[in-house]
Design a protein around this ligand. Structure first.
Ligand code: 5GP
Ligand code: ZN
Length: 118
């Protein structure tokens, strides 16, 4: 069923506590944890507890949880004190854009000068 945990999904395993992660915030619908291979001083992943393959698919299926993910990205930025200087929220979508884990997630990046991308 759409949104159900997937046995072979790394992030579903983190949600279930089967794989350890450095969790920085949790809500009823989201988990935020540090990326294992950080690309900036602050590099936190915010994921929905429900499984969808990418952010757009999540948004089509569950707009409220999508909003929760974005709100949590802002909360993480404030917690990490990068909200003043600025931070970037990234949703890599599809292999050609560098997506490697097919469970929707927001990267929250900050704490260094992030070159303008677009
Ligand atoms: P994507 O490449 O799909 O946009 O992002 C996946 C992210 O998950 C990568 O930045 C990668 O470093 C991170 N990642 C992969 N495996 C693990 C893990 O086991 N634990 C944590 N905390 N992050 C992971
Ligand atoms: Zn999953």
């Amino acid at each position: 069923m759409a949104g159900e945990p997937q046995d072979d999904c790394l992030f579903c395993k983190i949600v279930k506590g089967e794989i350890p992660a450095t969790v920085v915030r949790e809500t009823a619908t989201t988990v935020a944890f540090r990326d294992i291979n950080p690309q900036a001083p602050t590099h936190v992943l915010v994921i929905p507890r429900v499984h969808y393959k990418d952010a757009a698919t999540l948004a089509a299926a569950d707009p409220e949880v999508t909003a929760d993910v974005l709100r949590e990205a802002g909360e993480v930025a404030a917690l990490e004190k990068v909200d003043g200087t600025g931070y970037r929220i990234v949703f890599n979508t599809g292999p050609g854009a560098g997506q490697t884990v097919f469970h929707a997630h927001a990267h929250v990046l900050g704490g260094r000068d992030l070159q303008r991308l677009v």
